[in-house]
Design a protein around this ligand. Structure first.
Ligand SMILES: Cc1cc2nc3c(=O)[nH]c(=O)nc-3n(C[C@H](O)[C@H](O)[C@H](O)COP(=O)(O)OP(=O)(O)OC[C@H]3O[C@@H](n4cnc5c(N)ncnc54)[C@H](O)[C@@H]3O)c2cc1C
Ligand SMILES: *[C@@H]1O[C@H](CO)[C@@H](O)[C@H](O)[C@H]1NC(C)=O
Ligand SMILES: *[C@@H]1O[C@H](CO)[C@@H](O)[C@H](O)[C@H]1NC(C)=O
Ligand SMILES: *[C@@H]1O[C@H](CO)[C@@H](O)[C@H](O)[C@H]1NC(C)=O
Ligand SMILES: *[C@@H]1O[C@H](CO)[C@@H](O)[C@H](O)[C@H]1NC(C)=O
Ligand SMILES: *[C@@H]1O[C@H](CO)[C@@H](O)[C@H](O)[C@H]1NC(C)=O
Ligand SMILES: *[C@@H]1O[C@H](CO)[C@@H](O)[C@H](O)[C@H]1NC(C)=O
Ligand SMILES: *[C@@H]1O[C@H](CO)[C@@H](O)[C@H](O)[C@H]1NC(C)=O
Length: 617
């Protein structure tokens, strides 16, 4: 009892942070300045040809050795799978990652958008969209994906949301045994170290590898909460515990003010293990499958312009994320027959890969307040950052997440609302946007020191997109059709959601501030606040929120979209699993990263179970 009590009050004593030195601050300042300069000339890649210098497809691969397991992709899920498998000392693990190792730059949360203009981002764009992304050149929204250890979790917005109990219970009710909320809760708890002085231990964990903490500085949110309550919403202490609905403080993956990801929480601590081989800048182009036995027994990859082959004694696990995993499966002969035939790829297994793409559309609006927060000195911000405090430990000044069921019919939310306040950071971080000039002007007018924003996300949109190949050549990027607003209901729902923005009207009073919505001048042809005006704004500004899922869907064999079974095994192929965001059977009620970690945990235990290794919690 005593020991338990001690642990409850001090979950964050599990690790220690860095010391502040002048050298450290000088180093960070130079690093940031230099990276901002570099980003200005950065040319986003348009294909994968950089992996193929001095070689051609007919090159005979160099043998890279034989491993028990090969994991493709060191992203959120792949980090966990490879790290957990390497706990079994007699197994050797090869983890292949197309990007490089995370570093000081990826660990500064405030700079996250800068990473979009660097080699850490694959540099994808969606296909031209029919019903949205109108504010982007050629109607193509950028589609950021991490190409670095930690994957998209190394370039993402850090928000930590599990989603809703009902999401996972739905997965289980669709026949996916072992995926209900009660089945997954032990993994959600095992993986985290939640820094909170008000932790509900029935739902939350401490002492796990992945740090979760509230934002610093912990600003007063009472006014926002007051307004939300007045608008019929409720306050929730912790949206990742018993009740998700309501307004709560924002939780994110952070440790000592630095980004926490699969890289920092799982991969780096595993790198000292003798049986853990992380091979970087290795782009996997093909899963090697024995045609007669339909068994995966290795992969081919490109590194430093050379072609290699690695073999697996036991299994190959694909964790390339919901864009690259389906691409790799199709390049290897696993996919829809007509799609493979179109590109002259010999069919090994016909499966509906890439045909069911889901994402969360997001819409953001800006408000000008009549209060200006004074800019802080960059040096001082850096000094605070090293101590794990201050605004550089945040991406923006995100204060709260609100989960709402707009129809009030269930405890599963259908809308999420993110509240972001103005901030004192004196520099503006460049990002990859592809805006048309009219929309670019709108954003140029945004002022960090005065403006507030609200982002709304549709959590369970009806729209469906697809992931297809451009060609059989692994140099080509795949075609990402996010299908934003392909279902008109989604657009209508955003329109209705604009009433949530009235929150700001209320905020005037307690804060004695004046808020004015920045007008969408590019929609001037429509009457302000008319339905047409809002549709114009929504279709121009909305984007797909990088929560792509379901392109390698888990489901029962008879499910017309299912590619893997509940143990994440690819139907019809032996010794091949997929473990990442692409297996989600349905969208979840929140940002996807936490679920990707849990998918990694669950996958590792399915594998251990299959080989008779005892499971430990
Ligand atoms: C800009 C942005 C903001 C986001 N914000 C949030 C947020 O605030 N909260 C949240 O919960 N979620 C957020 N997400 C989503 C979340 O980060 C992802 O859902 C999650 O990281 C996906 O995990 P994954 O393992 O499926 O794929 P990834 O993390 O993308 O990992 C895939 C890895 O595989 C590697 N790879 C791919 N193909 C190959 C290949 N052929 N050979 C070798 N390696 C390969 C990639 O380089 C990458 O490292 C955001 C995402 C983005 C891009
Ligand atoms: C970094 O940039 C800031 C602002 O642009 C400037 O004041 C500072 O001198 C620069 N520092 C270094 C080390 O270049
Ligand atoms: C392709 O690469 C192989 C092996 O490196 C080489 O022998 C062959 O000549 C190359 N073919 C062409 C067309 O360059
Ligand atoms: C990984 O394996 C390759 C090929 O066998 C070897 O060259 C490399 O040194 C290994 N790396 C590590 C980190 O063990
Ligand atoms: C939502 O429904 C519950 C009961 O089902 C009711 O008590 C509550 O007042 C409703 N809230 C709103 C905002 O309509
Ligand atoms: C902002 O506007 C409000 C409402 O009009 C007013 O009460 C307040 O004094 C203004 N604040 C500043 C700093 O101008
Ligand atoms: C709020 O500010 C706008 C412009 O900044 C101004 O036109 C308006 O009168 C102000 N409203 C109040 C109540 O102060
Ligand atoms: C989006 O903005 C552009 C630029 O002003 C405008 O031409 C277009 O009509 C808008 N889109 C919609 C759907 O209204």
């Amino acid at each position: 009892m005593f020991i338990l009590l001690f642990l409850i009050i001090s979950p964050h004593l599990v690790y220690s942070c860095d010391e502040v030195t002048k050298n450290k601050i000088d180093f960070l300042e130079a690093l940031i300045n230099d990276s901002i300069e570099k980003s200005k000339d950065y040319k986003v890649r348009t294909d994968n040809s950089n992996f193929f210098v001095n070689t051609n497809d007919s090159a005979i691969p160099i043998e890279y050795g034989t491993f028990d397991f090969i994991v493709v992709g060191a992203g959120s899920s792949g980090s966990v799978v490879s790290s957990r498998l390497s706990e079994v000392e007699k197994w050797d693990i090869l983890l292949l990652e197309a990007g490089d190792l995370n570093d000081d730059l990826t660990e500064i949360p405030y700079l996250y958008e800068l990473l979009q203009l660097s080699e850490r981002n694959w540099g994808y764009f969606t296909t031209p969209q029919k019903n949205g992304c109108f504010g982007r050149k050629n109607r193509q929204c950028p589609y950021h994906r991490g190409k670095v250890v930690g994957g998209s979790g190394s370039i993402n917005g850090l928000g930590f949301t599990r989603g809703n109990r009902g999401d996972y219970d739905k997965w289980a009710s669709l026949g996916n045994l072992g995926w209900s909320y009660d089945d997954l809760l032990p993994y959600f708890k095992k993986m985290e170290n939640f820094e909170s002085d008000n932790i509900d231990l029935r739902y939350r964990g401490f002492g796990g590898p992945l740090n979760v903490a509230y934002k610093e500085p912990k600003q007063d949110i009472s006014d926002i909460v007051y307004c939300a309550l007045k608008r019929g919403k409720r306050y929730t202490e912790d949206y990742n515990a018993k009740d998700q609905l309501g307004i709560s403080r924002y939780q994110r993956n952070i440790r000592c003010g630095k980004r926490e990801s699969g890289a920092t929480a799982y991969v780096r601590p595993s790198m000292t293990r003798h049986n853990f081989n992380l091979t970087l800048e290795a782009f996997v182009t093909k899963i090697v499958i024995d045609q007669t036995t339909k068994t995966a027994n290795g992969v081919e990859f490109m590194k430093n312009g050379k072609k290699y082959k690695a073999s697996s004694r036991r299994e190959v696990i694909i964790s390339g994320g919901a864009v690259n995993s389906p691409q790799l499966l199709m390049l290897s002969g696993i996919g829809p027959a007509d799609e493979l035939r179109k590109h002259n790829i010999p069919i090994i297994q016909e499966l509906p890969v890439g045909q069911y793409l889901k994402d969360h559309p997001a819409f953001r609006i800006e408000y000008r307040s009549n209060q200006t927060v004074p800019k802080q000195s960059f040096r001082q911000l850096l000094e605070k950052f090293v101590q794990g405090k201050g605004m550089l430990t945040n991406l923006e000044n995100t204060l709260t997440y609100t989960f709402v069921n707009t129809k009030n019919t269930s405890t599963v939310p259908d809308l999420e609302c993110i509240f972001i306040a103005s901030n004192p950071v004196p520099i503006k971080i460049p990002s990859l946007t592809n805006y048309i000039p009219e929309v670019e002007n709108y954003y140029k007018n945004v002022n960090q020191q005065t403006d507030y924003s609200i982002v709304v996300l549709l959590l369970h949109p009806q729209s469906v997109g697809s992931l297809k190949l451009k060609s059989k050549d692994p140099r080509d990027f795949p075609l990402i059709d996010v299908g934003i607003f392909s279902a008109p209901e989604d657009l209508e729902m955003f329109y209705k959601a604009t009433k949530f923005f009235e929150l700001f009207e209320e905020l005037k009073y307690p804060q004695r501030m004046n808020f004015t919505m920045l007008t969408f001048d590019f929609c001037n042809e429509f009457k302000k606040n008319s339905k047409e005006y809002w549709y114009c704004a929504i279709q121009n500004i909305s984007y797909s929120a990088y929560h792509i899922s379901s392109t390698v869907k888990m489901g029962q064999r008879q499910d017309p979209h299912a590619v893997v079974d509940n143990r994440l095994k690819v139907y019809g192929i032996e010794k091949l699993r997929v473990a990442d965001c692409s297996i989600m059977p349905t969208t979840i009620s929140g940002h996807t990263n936490a679920a990707c970690f849990v998918i990694g945990e669950r996958a590792a235990d399915w594998i251990k179970l299959d080989y008779g290794i005892p499971i430990l919690f």
